[in-house]
Design a protein around this ligand. Sequence first.
Ligand SMILES: [Zn+2]
Ligand SMILES: [Zn+2]
Length: 384
Amino acid sequence: MLAMNFRGPFRVRADRDKPYPEIEHPEDAIVRVLRSCICGSDLHLYHGLVPDTRVGSTFGHEFIGEIVEVGSAVEKVKIGDKVMVPFNIACGKCAFCRQELYGNCHESNPESGAVGGIFGYSHTAGGYNGGQAEYVRVPYANVGPTVIPEWMDPDDAVLLTDVVPTGYQAAEMGGIQEGDTVVVFGAGPIGIMAAKCAWLFGAGRVIVIDELEYRLDFVKDYAQCEVYNFSELEDPVGFIKKTTDSLGADVCIDAVGAEAAGNTMNTLLGRKLLLQGGSTTALHWAINSVKKGGIVSIVGVYGPIDALVPIGNVVNKGITIRANQASVKRLLPRLIEHVRNGIIDPKALITHRVPLEEVGEAYHIFSRKLDNCIKPVLIPPSAS
Ligand SMILES: [Zn+2]
Ligand SMILES: [Zn+2]
């Protein structure tokens, strides 16, 4: 079958000879992929920043599709169902799944003490093949796959597998109180969604910081927020202090993660020399510009490697840091309602629709931020 194939950093292509996935366990399902997004976090894999990303693997943790085969123990979905598949692979039964920590399932990735299994996200996340392919094996099919409501646009559905829940959970973890000033670092799809969702929790002011003008223009309109380009600010932390009566923001959200720009030392240590688990510039800014006693919410992806953070400031300011991979399954029911009621319009983020055959070009465009790209979606030839 046709599938995205990782050949090494910055080398991704579509290959036709990937074997069709098979049922390996009675709870597996095989899904014929209808849409599959490239995620900003896929770029960390593409850039070679995630350990144990093996040549020959297929990325893609944001996909929807049709169930075409089920194992003997699958009861919750059936052949012919069109489903959205959360990016977390969760067993539904372990101690963590029972707490609705579906991103931290212990069964789907027992080698890791941290993250659970994720589709197409290196062997540090379980070594599962992803959905940037014509077909994909979905383990624990009684748990994750959720039938797409009749009324829902497939473009909205595919963004409910990661972007919307991750942005929403970023705001939720911020513990936003009525009237709070919320600063979101990063105007990628997750930052855009976090800014949009901050209002749902009662924010009084939402500020987004990035350096890409086209993304700032987009989020300003989409999320009705204030935007600032950090490359035009002498000191982003000083700026945020100044605009919040010298106190700092109530809540800061890091929606950037390991590839943050804006600081030479962090870029050198984390992106060039790989001496720490990515560049932590956005996290530094978040910690240093939140108020005393404030909350920093992290949804930007960092690798499992140590990284330098200003922990003294965390302690002395009494900051609460909350972070996790989004618990997609927990959030889906309320997010489906928000889409139905028109409160969130996910598909507006999709800027590029690319045939799966051209996956290499899609990665290139997205990685280089060409052509005003915000969110690319791949369409397999077998989707129609
Ligand atoms: Zn993603
Ligand atoms: Zn589990």
